[in-house]
Design a protein around this ligand. Structure first.
Ligand SMILES: *Cc1c(COP(=O)(O)O)cnc(C)c1O
Length: 399
C-alpha cells in the first residue's frame, strides 16, 4: 500500500507536468537527500537566507535573492518590499497603504489570478492597454507609452508578467520605469527553461524577478525565488523573517539586513505568513544548482522514448485519435505528446479526460487543449511504468 493510501488518498498518474494542483515537479534524489539532511541540524534562518542570497545571486546575476513560499509568495513579498522599503510605520501598516503611493501599473492583457498575490500586500492595480486582439476589436497590443501616461504621484511600481511573446518587450517597460524612477516587479514564475532566463530577465534592469521553485527547477513545490536589488530583497527578508528577538541581540548578516537603518526591532511583517523552512531552503538551493548545471537535460531522451512508445501503441491499436509528438529544438526542454481525438467516435475531449481521471489508477492529462479536442501528455512526472499504464488506458478509452 502506498503512503498516501494509508492516509486514504489514491495516488494518480500525473501526465500533466509540474502543476501545483497535482503536487508539483518531481524532486531528484540529491534534492530529497539534502532536504532530509537539513532537517537534522538547526541554523538561524536569517543566516541561512543570507547564504541563499549569495547562491541565488551567483546563479541569476542579481544583487541579492530570497527563497520564498512559491512564486506567488515572492510576488507578495516583492510588492511589500516596494511599498514599504525600510519604513517601519509602513511595514507595520501593510496591507493598508492609503497614506503612501500604492498603485502598480499592469497591462490589462497580463492580468491573471496570480496578481491576487500582488494585491494581497495592499497594492491597487491600475490597468493600461486593452485586449483588442482577443476581443477581435483591434490589431494592437499594449504599448509602452500607455505605462508612462498612467503614472501619477500614487504610482509605486510596475508589475510585468513575462512570457516569450509579452508586449511591450520588458526592456521598453524598464526604460519607462527608469525615466520615472519606479521599480519593476517581474512575474517569471514559469519562464524556465531556457536556463538563460535566470540571468537574461534580470539583465534587462528589472528591479525584482520572481521564479517558481516547484516547476522546472524541481525544488519543493512550495518554494520560489525572489531576486533583484539588494535594498528590496533586504526589505522583503525583513517582512518575512520571524522577528521574535530583542533589538540588543538582533544581528542578522549585514549584507541581508542593515540594522543601522532601524531604531528598534520591527514586529512580524506581512510576509510572516509566507515562511519557508530550513529544509525547503536547502532543497531548493540544491535543485537550483542541478537545474542551472544542466543536470536534468539527459532525462529528456528517456521522456522522448516514452512518448514515442505511447504514440506507437495508439497507432497499433488503431484508436480514434491522431498523435503529434512535438520534439523541442533545445535539449533543455522535454517533448510533449498531443493527442487529437475523434470526438464523434469516442466522445468529447472533456469526457475522455474525465473518464481517465475517474479510472483506476486515476490519470490526469494536460487539459489546455480540451476545447480543441486535444489531450496533452507531459512526461515530467511519469515513471517508465506510468508510461506503460498510460498507453494501455489511452488505448482503452480511445478505441
Ligand atoms: C505558476 C505561476 C505562478 C505561481 O507560482 P508558484 O510557485 O506556484 O507560487 C505565478 N505566476 C505565473 C505566471 C505562474 O505560471
Amino acid at each position: 500500500m502506498s503512503l498516501y493510501q494509508s492516509f486514504g488518498v489514491d495516488p494518480i498518474i500525473n501526465a500533466c507536468g509540474s502543476v501545483t494542483r497535482l503536487g508539483g515537479a518531481p524532486m531528484s534524489p540529491e534534492v530529497l537527500k539534502a532536504f532530509q539532511e537539513a532537517a537534522s541540524e538547526w541554523v538561524p534562518l536569517e543566516q541561512l537566507q543570507a547564504a541563499a542570497s549569495k547562491k541565488i545571486a551567483a546563479h541569476t546575476g542579481a544583487e541579492a535573492g530570497l527563497v520564498t513560499s512559491g512564486a506567488a509568495g515572492a510576488l507578495t513579498l516583492g510588492t511589500a518590499a516596494i511599498l514599504a522599503g525600510h519604513n517601519m510605520r509602513r511595514i507595520e501598516q501593510l496591507p493598508h497603504c492609503d497614506e503612501f503611493p500604492h498603485e502598480f501599473i499592469i497591462a490589462r492583457e497580463q492580468r491573471s489570478g496570480y496578481d491576487h498575490a500582488v494585491r494581497a500586500a495592499g497594492a491597487r492595480l491600475v490597468e493600461v492597454g486593452f485586449n483588442e486582439i482577443v476581443s477581435n476589436a483591434g490589431v494592437r497590443r499594449t504599448e509602452s507609452w500607455e505605462y508612462a501616461a498612467a503614472i501619477t504621484e500614487n504610482t509605486a511600481g510596475i508589475v510585468y508578467v513575462h512570457a516569450a511573446d509579452s508586449q511591450p518587450a520588458l526592456p521598453e517597460v524598464v526604460e519607462v520605469a527608469r525615466q520615472h524612477q519606479l521599480p519593476v516587479l517581474v512575474d517569471a514564475a514559469g519562464e524556465l527553461p531556457p536556463r538563460d532566463n535566470l540571468k537574461a530577465i534580470l539583465a534587462t534592469g528589472a528591479d525584482l524577478v520572481v521564479f517558481s521553485g516547484g516547476k522546472a527547477i524541481r525544488g519543493p513545490q512550495s518554494t520560489g525565488l525572489l531576486c533583484g536589488k539588494r535594498e528590496l530583497i533586504s526589505s522583503a527578508a525583513l517582512q518575512m523573517l520571524d522577528m521574535d528577538d530583542h533589538f540588543e541581540l538582533w544581528q542578522p548578516p549585514a549584507d541581508l539586513i542593515d540594522t543601522s537603518l532601524f531604531q528598534g526591532l520591527p514586529r512580524h511583517g506581512i510576509g510572516r505568513a509566507l515562511k519557508v523552512s530550513k529544509e525547503e531552503i536547502i532543497a531548493l538551493l540544491t535543485a537550483l544548482e542541478l537545474f542551472a548545471s544542466g543536470a536534468y537535460d539527459e532525462q529528456n531522451q528517456e521522456f522522448q522514448s516514452w512518448l514515442e512508445m505511447i504514440g506507437e501503441e495508439l497507432e497499433l491499436a488503431q484508436v480514434h485519435a491522431t498523435c503529434y509528438l512535438a520534439t523541442p529544438v533545445s535539449n533543455e526542454r522535454w517533448p510533449l505528446l498531443d493527442i487529437h481525438i475523434d470526438e464523434e467516435a469516442v466522445g468529447t475531449a472533456f469526457k475522455v479526460c474525465q473518464r481517465l481521471r475517474q479510472g483506476t489508477p486515476p490519470i490526469y492529462v494536460g487539459h489546455a487543449g480540451l476545447h480543441e479536442g486535444m489531450l496533452t501528455i507531459n512526461p515530467l512526472c511519469l515513471t517508465a511504468q506510468d508510461a506503460r499504464t498510460l498507453a494501455v488506458r489511452l488505448c482503452e478509452e480511445l478505441k
